[in-house]
Design a protein around this ligand. Structure first.
Ligand code: NAD
Ligand code: ZN
Length: 365
């Protein structure tokens, strides 16, 4: 069938809206009519080829939509089902069996290769194949063939067009705080970087009863917004040393910290702001080859832990319904982070996110 997609033709350049041909879903796939797709900073990283992907390709990995057709091996989904799309994983490796599918041994090839396992691409145009299956879904298309095991069925009551970001950015921030840091009511947390990922961390911490939530960023408007969402303290690290500020606020350092910036200097600040036996999580993505340092001389005796985390170490099939349940009770208002755009304005949506005026852009088809 023919469909429309936003295609990356050249690295670092705007996406082009093109008509493309979509093949038939494979036995383990579903064809999804996208309702919407969030835009995540990781899409920009692949658009700009920080992590190379063969071009042309259709990106997008925070899709939500309606199942139109199911492959012959798909038994738990049917046409008409409303789905949120999470990353692909093999379900067969040690990590998948151990309940950590976001660390699937085949995560890279299933999510970032731009091709199916058999090397084929679902999209094509007059010039040849167009990369698909980004995060198992390539959701910057009105229709896409999606790995069925990554889809999570949701009920009728939820606003489907807002839910795509639960599949990556929101899951990453909230999962890092709830699953990996495993915060408790009354704890302290510092969040470095208040994009959608960091703000989702703030919302999750507030929902869990974390009593000291310190947010660090270099954009004043984001800090203001973080206070509205539940940050108890904010630090503009352009104006103030964040480690000193965190020590002043807490006396001893924070129990938990989350670095969403991917900036090596911030990683160092995060590890220096942890109190004894504190735990810090890095989720911010950097260019391949980026090195970051810890003052091991000073910090050895502190017993701190540092985790590098993908997708909040969530099991999306379990975690996304949990976030939806929290959202329904009003304690996880992630819709406050979102702003919708038509497909034609996808490049403006990317630009607004980069400039910091929109936290979580969502393209609505
Ligand atoms: P974003 O660009 O919207 O947010 C980043 C924030 O960091 C911005 O508010 C920016 O002002 C702030 N920042 C930049 N430099 C800073 C500095 N030196 N000090 C303090 N703050 C600084 O991005 P996002 O969508 O929230 O994503 C955050 C990061 O997480 C990206 O790198 C993205 O690729 C990555 N990511 C990782 C995963 C994962 O599974 N690990 C999943 C989703 C996104
Ligand atoms: Zn993402």
């Amino acid at each position: 069938m023919k469909t429309r997609a936003a295609v990356v033709v050249e690295g670092g350049k705007d996406l082009e809206i093109r008509e493309v041909e979509l093949d038939d879903p494979r036995p383990d796939e579903i064809r999804v009519k996208m309702v919407a797709s969030g835009i995540c900073h990781t899409d920009a990283i692949f658009r700009d080829q920080w992590h190379p992907i063969e071009l042309p390709a259709v990106l997008g990995h925070e899709g939500s939509g309606i199942v139109e057709e199911v492959g012959s091996a798909v038994t738990d989904l049917a046409p008409g089902d409303r789905v949120v799309l999470g990353p692909a994983f093999c379900g067969q490796c040690a990590q998948c069996f151990a309940g950590h599918p976001m660390y699937c041994e085949k995560f890279g090839e299933r999510n970032f290769a731009g091709v199916r396992g058999d090397g084929s691409r679902a999209f094509s145009d007059e010039n040849g194949p167009v990369g698909s299956h980004f995060f198992g879904q390539s959701s910057f298309a009105e229709h896409s063939n999606v790995v069925a095991s990554g889809a999570i069925k949701v009920d009728e009551e939820v606003p489907l067009e807002l839910l795509g970001p639960l599949g990556c950015g929101i899951m990453t921030g909230a999962g890092s705080v709830l699953n990996v840091l495993d915060v408790k009511a009354g704890d302290s947390l510092a969040v470095f970087g208040t994009g959608a990922v960091g703000m989702a961390g703030v919302l999750a911490a507030k929902a869990a009863g974390v009593s000291t939530i310190i947010v660090v960023d270099i954009v004043e408007s984001r800090l203001e917004f973080a206070r509205e969402l539940g940050a108890t303290h904010t630090v503009n690290s352009k104006e103030q040393d964040p480690v000193e500020a965190i020590m002043e606020i807490t006396g001893t350092g924070v129990q938990h910290a989350l670095d969403t910036t991917g900036v090596p200097a911030v990683f160092n600040q995060m590890t220096n702001s942890l109190r004894i036996l504190g735990h810090g999580v890095l989720v911010g993505a950097s260019k391949v080859g980026t090195q970051a340092s810890i003052d091991v001389g000073t910090r050895l005796a502190s017993g701190i832990r540092v985790s590098l985390v993908i997708e909040g170490d969530a099991v999306p099939q379990e975690f996304i319904p949990r976030l939806i349940a929290l959202h329904k009770t009003g304690v996880f208002p992630f819709e406050k982070l979102t702003r919708t755009y038509p497909l034609e304005e996808i490049n403006r949506a990317f630009a607004d996110s980069a400039e910091g005026t929109t936290l979580k852009p969502i393209v609505v088809y």
